[in-house]
Design a protein around this ligand. Sequence first.
Ligand code: GLN
Length: 454
Amino acid sequence: TEACLSEIEGAARLNAFVRVTPEIALDQARAADARIAAGEAPAMCGMPLGIKDLFCTRGVPSQAASHILNGFRPEYESTVTQKLWDAGAVMLGKLNMDEFAMGSSNETSTYGNAVNPWKVDDRDLTPGGSSGGSAAAVAADLCLAATGTDTGGSIRQPAAFTGIVGIKPTYGRVSRWGIVAFASSLDQAGPMTRTVRDAAIMLGAMAGHDPKDSTSADIPVPDFEAALTGDIRGKTIGIPSEYRMAGMPAEIEALWSRGAEMLKDAGARIVDISLPHTRYALPAYYVIAPAEASSNLARYDGVRYGHRAKLAEGDGIVQMYEKTRAEGFGKEVQRRVMIGTYVLSAGFYDAYYNRARKVRALIKRDFDEVFAQGVDAILTPATPSAAFGLGEMQDADPVEMYLNDVFTVTVNLAGLPGIAVPAGLDAQGLPLGLQLIGRPWEEGDLLNTAQVLE
Ligand code: GLN
């Protein structure tokens, strides 16, 4: 813990931690020592972690990297972080992210962007988003592991951009209670770690039924570490033709084929599959996610939490709402709220929101059919490119940024588990990731297959 705290101090340039909590960390570390001395050593005992700013941590500012939550200190602890502390883990502090987890580059944060520890010719690169601080911190060894959340790829894309492992569990595997909501039907928390084994151990500590989250599933949590047998003989791995997008860099194609070869060498059967509705996933996601976000973010009204704008003489409650939300939310969050309220509005509900929901059902059916044919996991690239330069997308059409999520959003729409594992380096020496998508509730199997690619 002390070593991590000093690494964090030395790595301020990365802007990964937005808040360091040394007193809490050292207290927890001492308590972990005592547990070990008493012969009791739970799974995460003494493991120093970083926590994404989206998780509410009791008494510690938890702002979802937004100005509107300025000074908000929750009086409660999220279920996931509580479970980690119960398992002996240590909190080093809170990690940078895109504001309300909306973004793919960490550039929408009120704290400014985190920086990827990987570099090309001294050019600063994005660590990805929205869990960019988590990815940067783990990749730079500032903590042993971190929590992330994934609504459309926010664990897997930053993991791929920084050469680490990140798993988004099956929807309902991990409690969402105490995690600031973005799009409730898509949000899941998961571990971001150096190795697949670490991910298995940490997921085991985070997962489990929680009566405080009505969407958390009452399904037993298996021993994910015990699932890491290394044996994938007889497994069937599907390669979806629709993910072979036009203009995909040749190096990504090559790594994808190499990944398939590795699985084949380990005894898996590789088959070509089709997920025909893939191309509608991104548009459906960028209707559903903003719709849910606009509803979830209605609570930031200047009354209940954080920031409230200074009012002028004669301003009423409507002006208070307007000024508070105009000052408190960044540009991307405002864009999402506007898109969301538009697609939910009476005149457009059927044309946009309802249609997106139907598309979502078709995307899920594509996966169901492939699994019913005996496919155990699906192998795809994690991202369409390696990490890009910070500021590079500043003036681009926002849709350019959304294209980053092309390989990841399908998994959230279908509620499936997905894992990103480092697959190798591109010609510039930057990490690229592969994604494996698994059957619902089969994270153990998925982790075991992923370990073959490590
Ligand atoms: N980049 C996607 C978005 O901006 C995904 C975000 C996430 O998974 N939280 O919505």
